[in-house]
Design a protein around this ligand. Structure first.
Ligand code: HEC
Ligand code: HEC
Length: 239
């Protein structure tokens, strides 16, 4: 999961820790950090306490511990950085939660705009990052399960409604790109007369302006089926 540069960065911070050196956000020692540093506002200078690494030697931090050590600097309600979704802000988190824990974890690990890779916790393992996300998002409307240590993160923890909101409604509520609207019963009854399984297969492949899996490549077949069932129920109830 970690790129070479992140490894060397993690290593460098382990070395730096002996001297208990402050680790400046956006000023990480990895060579590839220039582009990242340029994007990151120096909003937070975090004094990092020595942290266990992901090599399995130390006890992994809980989501709450990592949040309180690192993430809170930008994700606490009063944090100075304007663009970060704050803990408890359901509106800010809802579309993000919809993509699932797996994708959120990948985004948090690689960083996004003013969010530095791993939130700056370069030595945190994938599981630790995922747990910190579970801690934050479950206080903000999500219902994710904590991944077990070392376990592959399941993406099956998002509800059909969350998936539909983040991935499907942008076309199917508005009719964008010629998508059948939820309010258009006739358009749907034609398409779904062949049954849920057949429709699911069509959506997996995608066709016309309908992207494969509705554009969410990591959706499992079962998730997709449940989302389609959810959409079809809303067609019946008038959208
Ligand atoms: C230096 C500030 C900063 C720190 C520290 C930080 N974040 Fe963020 N985070 C951000 C910002 C800003 C965004 C919004 C990025 C955007 O959408 O442009 C964000 C977004 C996110 C998102 C949503 C990503 C998405 O897909 O929109 C997750 C998940 C996240 N952070 C997790 C974490 C975790 C876990 C930690 C602690 C390990 C952490 N962050 C620490 C600034 C920070
Ligand atoms: C970029 C816009 C777009 C997005 C996003 C999108 N759809 Fe579609 N969808 C379409 C269009 C356009 C059609 C009609 C395709 C045609 O008949 O040519 C369609 C058709 C369908 C159909 C009818 C069966 C079929 O293939 O004709 C289902 C079911 C469906 N979409 C489900 C979903 C689900 C579930 C999601 C979210 C996971 C989703 N769509 C996301 C545009 C979109």
């Amino acid at each position: 999961m970690l790129s070479k540069n992140y490894r060397s960065c993690a290593l460098a911070s382990v070395i730096a820790m002996t001297a208990s050196v402050a680790f400046a956000m956006g000023g990480s020692p990895a060579e590839d950090s220039d582009a990242t540093a340029a994007r990151i506002q120096p909003v937070a200078r975090l004094q990092m306490a020595p942290l266990p690494t992901d090599k399995g030697t130390a006890t992994p931090r809980t989501g709450e511990q990592l949040y309180k050590a690192i993430c809170f600097a930008c994700h606490a309600p009063g944090a100075a950085i304007p663009t970060s979704p704050k803990i408890g802000d359901k509106a800010a988190w809802a579309p993000r939660i919809g993509v699932g824990l797996d994708v959120l974890t990948k985004t948090a690990i690689s960083g996004k705009n003013a969010m530095p890779p791993k939130g700056g916790a370069m030595d945190a393992s994938e599981t630790e990052i995922a747990r910190a996300i579970v801690y934050m998002t479950n206080k903000s409307g999500a219902n994710f399960h904590e991944p077990a240590a070392g376990a592959k993160i399941a993406s099956g923890d998002r509800t059909p409604e969350q998936i539909a909101q983040s991935a499907c409604l942008k076309c199917h509520e508005t009719g964008e790109q010629g998508a059948p609207k939820l309010s258009d019963k006739a358009a749907w009854s034609q398409r779904t007369s062949k049954g849920l399984d057949a429709v699911t297969k069509t959506v997996i492949r995608g066709h016309g302006n309908m992207p494969a899996r509705g554009g969410l490549a990591d959706l499992t077949d079962a998730e997709l089926k449940s989302v389609i069932a959810y959409l079809l129920k809303r067609v019946g109830s008038g959208g």
